[in-house]
Design a protein. Structure first.
Length: 575
């Protein structure tokens, strides 16, 4: 009898069980300590029934439907014929239905198998996960994983990381191209082969890069568009405050000033004697660090000794600039900063001493202090070492970030001719510390580089404006998050090519639509989603019992028990 029922939300079982035990013990103590012991056993029994019925209603019970060997096989693109043949041997009455996008309504209440790439993610919610088993399709050939930044600024590097699947022994080559010009290439062989491609963007605008796959005879196998939107470089105003000049800071300030950023420098020569420098900006009074000064600054780079010498008023101004204005603060640590106990708001990191100094995989010659930056809820990693240790990180403080780095003598990259690597390293650190304080943004959720027409995508909008304004601008129904100024809606692109979406002049997004591309990448993402959704497994014999249709149980009995037990516990003392 009990085999005919199962709990739907098994992941909630332990939390619900612990809370139920806690509540029952509390009710038991309450009943035992009552002065009126009349009907004590009945009240304890009703308390038990009340907690059990409530718990089962929360966990949701499913009951086994009628048994039948008349199942359905949903055939999606990429399905394996041999798997279908095997199913037909075990289930002679197996019904076959091909599905590419929309799911026929008549199969939603059936049970069976899903073969191939699987059901698109936006349709999975219609399927009962307990009634279907997913069988992955044929091995994929092509790019199955891809990671890159769709939005860059001038001078940044477009880094593309991915994995390629092919038959063992095959040799192919990937080319990163722009308008037919080859920018980079990578050789890929065999199964699940990792690859990297990169190029530096040198102009603003919308660019359609391509990843071209060619075989050993240079025949084009496939081409995947890679849309990238490049903005003009956002120049920053950066203040350097140093106890004494160092080569590290000298090369950093020189590089940032050459990039066009406004640089202000205060070097302390001796007690209360300073040397001031200005690049790409007019001279200012830097003797005292005031709120007025910091309101014009995007980033403060300061060594920990100088921070220790700040007056209380300067520390208050610094905290307000970071937490309220979103200014970035980058602290260059010394031995005292990394070893003392965190007692101040500036001691935002916990440093773990290591037996050996960590190393960077890409830049092994760079020196790193023998510590690791511990992880916590407010810490975000910027750079990790080979042992997956944080060696540069930020910690959130209000609207802004406090950052630090254990890297030392990075200017050796510049001296050895690795200027691009030096720029890329510090661009990553600086951009990680500087917080963009724009409270409005748009994001379109899509696991592949391009969008497809007439396909639903989730759009997320962060905006403090009211819903009527957004609806008038976007013409979409919106759903608001209860706790934040975040709105959700569904977007279905209608035309191929570049598309543009905006809610005002400063909040917009460009996205590219193309239907016939990235088939292997899209198939891989769909397969992974189906594997997670249809978690039930089958054995080699495809036992029919595991494929029985499950349906929601009748909750009337539980509901009645809940009302009766709660009613008795409430009314009995009053009678």
């Amino acid at each position: 009898m009990i085999d005919s029922y199962k709990i739907l939300h098994t992941e909630w079982l332990w939390p619900v069980l612990m809370v139920s035990i806690f509540l029952f013990v509390g009710l038991l103590i309450k009943e035992v300590t009552r002065k009126n012991k009349q009907h004590l056993i009945i009240r304890i029994f009703c308390s038990f029934v009340f907690i059990i019925s409530t718990s089962l209603l929360i966990l949701k019970i499913q009951e086994k439907g009628s048994y039948s060997d008349n199942y359905v096989a949903i055939l999606t693109p990429g399905y394996n014929e041999s798997q279908l043949d095997s199913l037909q041997v075990h289930y002679p009455k197996l019904e076959k239905t091909k599905v590419t996008d929309q799911i026929p309504q008549d199969i939603l209440d059936k049970a069976g198998f899903i073969l191939g790439d699987g059901i698109p993610a936006y349709n999975l919610g219609k399927m009962n996960a307990a009634s279907f088993q997913y069988l992955e399709g044929k091995p994929l050939n092509g790019i199955i994983k891809l990671d890159y930044n769709k939005f860059l600024t001038i001078g940044e590097t477009l880094n593309i990381n991915g994995r390629f699947n092919a038959q063992e022994g095959s040799t192919n080559k990937l080319f990163l191209e722009l308008d037919g010009l080859v920018l980079d290439s990578a050789k890929v062989t065999g199964n699940n082969h990792a690859f990297k491609l990169k190029t530096t963007v040198k102009a603003a605008g919308k660019f359609l890069f391509s990843i071209v796959l060619k075989d050993s005879m240079s025949h084009v196998i496939s081409t995947g568009p890679l849309p990238v939107a490049v903005d003009d470089e956002k120049l920053k105003k950066i203040l350097f405050i140093n106890q004494f000049p160092t080569f590290e800071l000298k090369y950093l300030k020189n590089y940032l000033s050459e990039e066009g950023h406004q640089i202000l420098v205060r070097n302390e020569l001796s007690s209360n004697k300073f040397k001031f420098e200005y690049y790409n900006t007019a001279a200012k009074n830097l003797r005292y660090i005031t709120e007025t000064l910091l309101n014009t600054i995007d980033l403060v780079v300061i060594d920990s000794k100088s921070l220790d010498k700040f007056s209380n008023s300067e520390l208050v101004s610094l905290k307000a600039a970071v937490s309220e204005k979103g200014m970035g603060l980058f602290i260059i640590p010394d031995e005292n900063y990394t070893t003392r106990k965190p007692t101040r708001i500036w001691d935002a990191f916990i440093f773990t001493p290591l037996k050996e100094a960590p190393k960077l995989k890409l830049y092994p010659k760079i020196e790193i202090s023998p510590y690791g930056i511990s992880k916590n809820l407010l810490t975000t990693s910027i750079i990790k070492s080979q042992g997956n240790r944080n060696v540069a990180a930020t910690s959130k403080l209000g609207k802004g970030n406090i950052g630090t780095s254990l890297l030392r003598n990075t200017y050796s990259l510049w001296l050895s001719g690795q200027k691009d690597d030096y720029k890329q390293l510090w661009n990553k650190i600086v951009s990680g510390v500087i917080s963009e304080t724009n409270d409005q943004w748009i994001d379109l959720k899509n696991p592949i580089p391009v969008f497809k027409t007439n396909t639903p995508y989730q759009m997320v909008i962060a905006s403090g404006t009211d819903s009527s304004y957004l609806i008038n601008k976007l013409h979409f129904p919106l759903q608001k998050d209860v706790y934040t100024h975040t709105w959700y809606t569904e977007l279905r692109p209608e035309s191929e090519g570049w598309n543009y979406l905006a809610i005002n002049d400063s909040t917009a997004i460009n996205y590219y639509v193309e239907d016939e591309s990235w088939s292997s990448l899209n198939a891989y993402k769909t397969r992974q989603t189906n594997k997670s959704y249809f978690t039930n497994k089958i054995d080699n014999k495809l036992v029919a019992e595991s494929n029985i249709k499950w349906k929601e149980a009748n909750y009337w009995l539980l509901f009645c028990l809940l009302i009766l037990s709660a009613g008795y516990l409430w009314l009995e003392p009053k009678l």
